[in-house]
Design a protein around this ligand. Structure first.
Ligand code: UFG
Length: 323
């Protein structure tokens, strides 16, 4: 297929691009580079620098490259920032998304795979989280992702735009060429590995009084390549007539606590990782574990790297090569 990836110069977007190209699909990366990196755009993909709010350029790109489907990953994604600056999240995640849908309708592109998030569930009433759980976001990031997901349902009804929304849990790990590099970095695994290299003096544990096995928050870490594979399955299913759907994407199982992640990074790197106990971070649910049974059943998705050690090892190898 010919696929446009918005946000294809970002961490997950570059891995999705890699996997699409490897599978023989053609890729146009559309990215403003406001968070992404030009050098992260995978060789073999066409690159268009543009803003999501530029509907005319989006439409021209879709038409010119005869795009058949879109993977929409360009978004702002910092929970804390979203609480402080909601307007930015409504503008980029909702208005930006609607601009893309307008361009798609204009160019008659009918398939979309959307990067959604576990943040749509808010503080979950039960674990593991199923797609039918109530969606009650506790921050504008989750709220704006949910707003766009809901818009998709109505665009499907009115215009036959078929979509798959993938609610990511905690994406982690790296490929040989693509890894996680945010500025500022807020994610646990890269922060812990930066502490292992000495790039930062220590890691702060955000709260150790949660009702979990060791008092620290538990998350469901999923390898970025497994995540990328889910996008490819979704795209190809849509092209074969699969109905619009919403899927969780996590490895399931028991998940890993913040302390377990730090211990794992000590094992993998063989380095000291100094830690400091800090206060809870606002808006952090104690436990977020996905049930991914639906995507396993309906699309045949199978995560291949479920062990945290393998995920952290891949991130560590990438970080050592790209310091
Ligand atoms: N954490 C620390 N110290 C740090 C950084 C993180 O203890 O310095 C903890 C957090 O409190 C959390 C866990 O490590 O319990 C994981 O934190 P991340 O920031 O790596 O990831 P989140 O689970 O907060 O966020 C992820 C995605 C978001 C998404 C969210 C869904 O990155 O985009 O899951 O709730 F919104």
């Amino acid at each position: 297929m010919r696929v446009m990836v918005t946000g294809g110069a970002g961490y997950i977007g570059s891995v999705v691009t890699e996997e699409l190209l490897r599978g023989g699909d053609e890729v146009v990366v559309y990215d403003s580079l406001y968070k992404g990196h030009r050098e992260a755009v995978v060789e073999g993909a066409t690159f268009v620098k543009g803003d999501l709010l530029d509907t005319a350029l989006l439409r021209e790109t879709l038409v010119q490259h005869k795009v058949e489907a879109v993977v929409h990953m360009a978004a702002d994604s910092l929970v804390g920032e979203s609480v402080k600056v909601p307007a930015k999240y409504y503008r980029n995640n909702v208005l930006g998304g609607l601009s893309l849908l307008d361009a798609m309708l204009g160019a008659e592109v009918k398939y979309l795979v959307f990067s959604s998030t576990a943040a749509v569930y808010g503080e979950p009433a039960k674990q593991p989280i199923e797609e039918s759980n109530p969606t009650q976001p506790t921050n504008p990031y989750g709220e704006t992702k949910l707003a766009f997901e809901r818009a998709l349902r109505w665009y499907d009804g009115a215009h036959g735009l078929k979509y798959v929304s993938l609610r990511y849990f905690n994406a982690a790990g790296a490929t040989e060429r693509s890894g996680e590099r945010h500025d500022p970095e807020t994610h646990l695994i890269p922060l812990v590995l930066q502490a292992a290299t000495g790039q930062r003096p220590e890691v702060t544990i955000f709260g150790d009084d949660y009702p979990t096995l060791d008092g620290t928050c538990v998350r469901d870490y999923v390898h970025v390549v497994d995540l990328a594979q889910a996008h490819i399955l979704a795209l190809h299913a849509l092209a074969k007539g699969h109905p619009s759907s919403i899927y969780n994407l996590g490895c399931g199982g028991e998940g890993y606590s913040v302390k377990q992640v730090i211990d794992c990074a000590r094992r993998v790197t063989g380095r000291e990782i100094p830690v400091r106990k800090g206060a809870r971070r606002a808006g952090d649910p104690a436990v977020l574990i996905a049930s991914s049974a639906r995507i396993v059943r309906e699309l045949g998705w199978r995560p291949t790297q479920q062990k945290l050690d393998a995920i952290v090892e891949s991130a560590w190898r990438w970080m050592q090569r790209n310091r």
